[in-house]
Design a binder for this molecule. Structure first.
Ligand SMILES: NC(=O)c1ccc[n+]([C@@H]2O[C@H](COP(=O)([O-])OP(=O)(O)OC[C@H]3O[C@@H](n4cnc5c(N)ncnc54)[C@H](O)[C@@H]3O)[C@@H](O)[C@H]2O)c1
Length: 251
């Protein structure tokens, strides 16, 4: 196992479940000190408890004061912030006609405002240290139109473009900003989708059938893509949207 993140401090949002938990775990295994942050503090604690040099934090990424505290507490307690993974996100399975304004606004508050706030408060600390890395979790839904995902596609499209914009503004400060675009990944998120379906077995079969590789992705596979972007292996990579989808949107 390589130790690419020895001495680095990483904040991961949405670290209480799924992809965020896998990111926190993978960073810790490679030597980072990890702040595992989630709206659900208990699940963030479960993540941190199983890891070396990991600390749990509660955060609501849609609230400015909450994100500002997460970042300033990290600086105060860990002495630095090298890598920020803006990973927390929520979904919505609606057409544009069926999506009510409140649902649209909540989704943008978490998925887009959350990324904006993370960048807003982390970047000044990174500039002061001479650099840093941001990895945002977008989605293939930010690159193509998926059925019944109006607000979700629009929000993740915003994350892709904001990632590129931040990359351009801060490249001269030694900050790289990239995003990952997972396809369908077997996390509790997909578990919830299946639970809500009229026929969960049929929906799972449908999700698998549309995968060129004949299977869903794992949170660990997605986490490895985030670690690559966060590492010095990606020193020449900024402003990119890395697709990890088993070929889903390739055809
Ligand atoms: N699972 C997939 O198929 C898939 C595909 C593409 C993109 N994504 C994206 O990956 C990210 C993680 O998804 P996942 O599948 O691990 O989902 P998940 O539901 O398993 O985990 C999401 C975590 O985010 C936390 N969270 C939600 N709102 C929050 C808030 N306001 N502040 C802080 N934390 C909050 C939740 O408590 C949860 O622990 C999301 O941004 C999602 O859009 C997931």
């Amino acid at each position: 196992m390589s130790r690419r993140f020895e001495g680095k401090v990483v904040v991961v949002t949405g670290a209480g479940s799924g992809i965020g938990r896998a990111m926190a775990t993978a960073f810790s295994l490679e030597g980072a000190r990890v702040v595992a942050a989630d709206l659900n503090r208990a699940t963030a604690e479960e993540t941190a408890d199983g890891l070396e040099n990991a600390f749990a934090a509660g955060v609501d990424v849609s609230e400015a004061a909450s994100v500002a505290s997460l970042i300033s507490d990290t600086q105060a307690h860990q002495g630095r912030l090298d890598i920020l993974c803006n990973n927390a996100g929520i979904g919505s399975s609606k057409t544009i006609v069926d999506c009510e304004p409140d649902e649209w606004d909540r989704l943008f508050a978490v998925n887009v405002r959350g990324v904006y706030l993370g960048c807003k408060y982390a970047i000044p600390l990174m500039i002061a240290r001479g650099g840093g890395v941001i990895v945002n979790t977008a989605s293939v839904a930010g690159l193509v139109g998926l059925p019944d995902r109006a607000a979700y596609c629009a929000s993740k499209g915003a994350v892709v473009t904001l990632t590129k914009q931040v990359a351009v503004d801060y490249v001269a400060h030694g900050i790289r900003c990239n995003c990952i675009c997972p396809g369908t990944v077997d996390t509790p998120w997909v578990g919830r989708l299946l639970k809500e379906a009229a026929d969960p077995t049929a929906l799972r079969a449908e999700l698998v059938a549309r995968q060129p590789m004949g299977r869903l992705g794992t949170a660990e596979e997605v986490a490895q893509a985030a670690l690559y972007l966060a590492s010095d292996d990606a020193a020449f990579v900024t402003g990119t949207a890395l697709v990890i989808d088993g070929g889903l949107i390739a055809r």
